[in-house]
Each structure stands twice: as C-alpha cells, then as structure tokens.
Design a protein around this ligand. Sequence first.
Ligand code: NAP
Length: 312
Amino acid sequence: MKKPALLAILPNAWNGLWQTRLTDGTIDLIRFGKRPYDPPEIDYVLSFRPPQGLLKTLPNLKACFSMGAGVDGFFAYGDYPAEVPLVRFSDDTLSAEMAQYVLMHALVHHRGQRRFDAAQSAHVWAQAMLPRRTEDTRIGIMGAGVIGTFAAEMFVKLGFPVASWSRSRKTLPGIESFAGADELPAFFARTDIVVCLLPLTPGTQGILNAAAFAAMPAGGFVVNVARGGHMVIPDLIAALDSGHLSGAVLDVFETEPLPEGSPLWSHPKVTVTPHIASISQPRVAADYVMDGIAAFERGERPANIVEFGRKY
Ligand code: NAP
C-alpha cells in the first residue's frame, strides 16, 4: 500500500525536523526543492506559507498542516482550496514560550528596568526610582485564544489588572472581557500595556493604528507578537515620537527579515526581535503532524482544524 506522502515546504532553518518522527519511514517525506515529485502523489502539505498557486496543482491533497499557530500564510494569496482541511499548530510549549516573552518585556517596562540599567552604567545607586505599583499597570491582551488566555492568566497571577479583547465574550476568572469592534475603544482606554495576540485576518489587519494609540492612556506601551500586518508602523512611530506612547516591542514585521533601512532598528523607544517570541519545537511539531496524518488516514479529523470562513 502507498505510504502517505507529505510535501514539506519550509525554510532551511527547520533542519531539526529531519531528525524527528517525520523521518521514521511511516510516511514518504518530500522536502520541497530537494527532490522532484509527481503532483498527484502528494497527500499532505506542511508549511508556513505555500508558494502562490502550488496547492491548486495537487489534485489529491487531503489536508494541510501549518507549522505555526497562525495560518495567514496559507490565505495570503486567496488561493487556498476551501475543501481541503487546514490544521494549525497549537501546543502548551508554544503558549508557555510566548507567555515568557510577553511577561519578560511587560515586566522590564513595568519595573523600569531600563532606568536601572542606565543607573548602573553611571555607577549610581538609584534606589529612589521606585517601580510603579502593580495595580497601576493595566494589561490588555488582544486575542483571548489559546495563547492569549495562557499569557493573560500569568499576568493575573502576578496581580496585574488584566482585560482581553476577542470576537466573542469570555468569562475567565480575574480577566475583564471586551468583545467586538464596538468595545475596542474602551478596551484601549483602560490599557497601559497592550499585547497583540490576534490572528492576522481581514478583520484584524492594521488594527494597531493611530486611533488605537490615541485611545490608550498617555505613556502606553505596545507589544506586538502576532503578525506584522497588525501594526501600522508610521502611526506607531508618530505616537512614540509625540511622546504619547512610551515604547514598543516588536517581534513580527510585514517584511521579514526587517529591511536594513527600517527606522525601527535604531528607534530609541523600540525593541526589535527576529520573530522568535515563540518557536514551534521540531519534535513537538513533528508529533502534531504525524498524529494528524494518522487521524486523517483513519478517517478521523484531528483537533485544531481552521474554520475556513473565519480564517483562523
Ligand atoms: P487562537 O486560539 O485562534 O485565538 C485567536 C483569538 O483572536 C480568539 O480569542 C479570537 O476571538 C480572537 N479574534 C480573532 N479575530 C478577531 C476579531 N476580528 N476581533 C476580535 N478578536 C478576534 O490563536 P492563538 O493560538 O492564540 O494564536 C494567536 C496568534 O499568535 C497566531 O495567529 C499567530 O499569528 C501569533 N503567534 C505568533 C508567534 C510568534 O513567534 N511571534 C508564535 C505563535 C503564534 P474568539 O475567541 O471570539 O474566536
């Protein structure tokens, strides 16, 4: 019997995947660009962003697997075959790493650590620079999904006032829930540190914009770990330069790698990281793909199938 054939379309940095269950011989693993294939033989695709038009050339495609939690790359060209299930990666390791990143940057800001760094450089014992009170730093998480909720609950444990914003209303202990576009201004108005953990869809494109920043209290701080398309960079720079926003941490960009000429590299109020907030671990990702293929082969549907209409 023919083994299920998986076409893996991934950047070279994912070499760790080839030492996992993906290569245990259960499936026929075809690395895109490394060996030729006959389109009808392909059963499954694994990718972040398949090349434009490619999926339509695979007549027997049974399902696609996203290497990341976000699936915007599959919908980028508007050519995703609606009848093919798309499964997204979702795992506690991904949520935990993201929570580490978000908490680290929020705490550096909340505790004023940059000022203590400067004081150390000047050999100053700057004990008078007390950090803000915890209850004075209101955290706002955009996206109350798997990762957003995980991070929000960590902030609650540390005693911060926490709110989330999502499409549907949530009832989570200690987290004030805002829902829908009508409640977005009120969400921003009560938020000192906003963390974007939304999927990138037509409904969330450019959502971190001048109106959002103006609605935030003076001194607001922005963390974008979702997708570059959420952020309107000229609006961010204007809000930082006017002094209304106090800083931003950006892990994701519309063009990655961030171009050499971007003003973000050297902006004094911006921290740039190279899309590393939370990386899918190869072994865990391989288990998710292999278990998903096994489920489809048994005629079942694995967890985390994307709703085509919602695009997340
Ligand atoms: P998820 O479980 O699908 O959660 C998405 C959340 O966003 C849900 O709460 C959803 O609301 C909300 N939402 C979607 N569209 C909305 C809209 N138009 N208005 C208001 N709320 C909306 O996603 P996840 O697993 O938490 O992942 C979130 C995102 O994180 C991914 O899409 C990806 O882009 C990003 N990410 C980045 C990295 C990195 O390294 N930088 C790593 C992993 C993930 P409902 O609950 O009402 O449906």
